[in-house]
Design a protein around this ligand. Structure first.
Ligand SMILES: C[S@@+](CC[C@H](N)C(=O)[O-])C[C@H]1O[C@@H](n2cnc3c(N)ncnc32)[C@H](O)[C@@H]1O
Length: 288
């Protein structure tokens, strides 16, 4: 029983994608190693957006491997931190990573669509690269607004996708070349929370929004690492990836061979395979 969109299929995400911190770590480490921007995203955001601020009660929803929380602790930007994730395994990976910290950390297994907190509790709430996983994004945004204090800060991030370049281009070229079912070509599956859609949904914040852009291209010089990134990422499991019973497993094998060939060719000919990337950061002042 295949559902329509794997991106917000909680059971699927928990069982395959966020069943450990491993896949997310591959992606984060790839950005660190091959990113053109030598300042990583949590560091960049804390430098650009938070500067001298201090946020007594800080909530990270969809905290993943708590990369952002670690940066916050390092820079002493908060004391009382709450990590929320829908995956037990991700929360466990945070517990291990933060076991030495002296900060007060609460780990809460919860869905951003129904946060188990009272109104007006947090000075800062962040939702980084997670709203595209949420079935009812509007509900999630309303929950984030509700638990944030009046004049509190909300930071939301998402990716800007380029379909005519880099990994996305060869991915869709491959899908077409090998005759993948039509629904896998529907880019709407992938683009659940783009800048335009986000702005529309965020009208609940009544315009108190500032947009920042963080540019970071992946410049791969190593084929194995590029493939590890590709197979750990959304693209590969667009729909249900190799778990999709509607798609023959041989097709995925063909696709991987093709991706392998394309990346390798460019690394040999040009010295690197470049996949452009941009993160959109919404800084919101919560007005009630
Ligand atoms: C792409 S990862 C981002 C992790 C982290 N915020 C970062 O930027 O490195 C998405 C995270 O959101 C979590 N998640 C997905 N759906 C969620 C939901 N409805 N409520 C809370 N967390 C969710 C996943 O388990 C995963 O850890």
């Amino acid at each position: 029983m295949i559902k329509k969109n794997s991106l917000y299929d909680v059971k699927f995400l928990n069982k395959f994608h966020y069943n450990s911190g491993k896949k997310l770590n591959i992606r984060l480490n790839t950005w660190k190693k091959y990113g053109s921007n030598k300042v990583d995203l949590p560091n960049w955001i804390t430098n650009e957006i938070f500067k001298d601020g201090f946020y007594q009660k800080f909530l990270d929803v969809g905290c993943g491997n708590c990369n952002f929380v670690c940066e916050f602790i390092k820079k002493k930007l908060s004391e009382d931190i709450t990590c929320v994730d829908i995956s037990k395994k991700m929360l466990n990976s945070c517990r291990i990573k933060l076991k030495e910290t002296k900060n007060k950390i609460n780990y809460v297994l919860a869905d951003v669509q129904a946060l188990p907190f009272e109104d007006d509790l947090f000075d800062l709430v962040v939702a980084m690269h997670m709203l595209y996983h949420v079935k009812d994004i509007k509900k999630a945004l309303n929950e984030i607004k509700r638990v944030t204090k009046n004049n509190g800060l909300i930071i939301i991030t998402t990716s800007n996708y380029y379909f005519d370049k880099g990994l996305n281009k060869i991915h869709y070229d491959g899908l077409r070349k090998f005759g993948f079912p039509k629904f896998t070509l529907d880019k709407k599956i992938y683009c659940r929370f783009t800048e335009k859609k986000a702005m529309h949904l965020m009208s609940i914040f009544k315009g108190h929004i500032k947009i920042f852009r963080y540019h970071n291209d992946l410049i791969f010089t190593n084929l194995k690492d590029a493939l590890a990134y590709y197979t750990s990422s959304m693209m590969y499991r667009n729909t249900y990836g190799p778990y999709d019973e509607r798609i023959k497993i041989d097709l995925w094998k063909e696709l991987l061979k093709f991706i392998n060939y394309k990346i390798n060719k460019e690394i040999i000919e040009k010295g690197s395979f470049v996949s452009p990337g941009e993160v959109i950061i919404f800084k919101i002042l919560n007005k009630k």
